[in-house]
Design a protein around this ligand. Sequence first.
Ligand code: SF4
Length: 168
Amino acid sequence: MRPVLVSACLLGIHCRYDGGERLDDELGERLKREGCGAVPVCPEQLGGLPTPRPPSEITRGDGTAVLAGEAKVLAADGSDVTEQYLRGARQALCLAQRLGCRRAYLKEKSPACGVEWIRRGERTCRGRGVAAALLESAGIEVFGVQPPAGGVEPARAGGVVPPAGGGD
Ligand code: SF4
């Protein structure tokens, strides 16, 4: 079975900032059909953040700017959680490399997992989350998933999942 990283909330794990999940049955079925073994990761939890937690957003640019030290990740309560996001991204990459994952299916509109979209205030903006940016820079193919429609699009294949409300 081919191991692939999957945002844990898409597998029904209650790891979202509000304690919820975003189970995507269609994705689970698709991965089974393709002979993939899902490895659940929540970069925010792996970085040491609690659940529930205040929602966070990238101050400017996207996860690539955070990796370059040009932007921060701030929680809604004003605390700087940049280091936790960087640690979580590194931990997710470590897991992918140890298990031989070549692909990651990540939830859109998250400051950690977003592949084509992140949230900033009330807006949905183009951009990568911190973990998605790091995984991609290390050669892992990243796919954005936007439940409940379950659309899965290659990050660089032209087609993108349109934003449809809701954040991380
Ligand atoms: S989108 Fe990523 S960081 Fe956010 S709850 Fe899901 S797995 Fe965790």
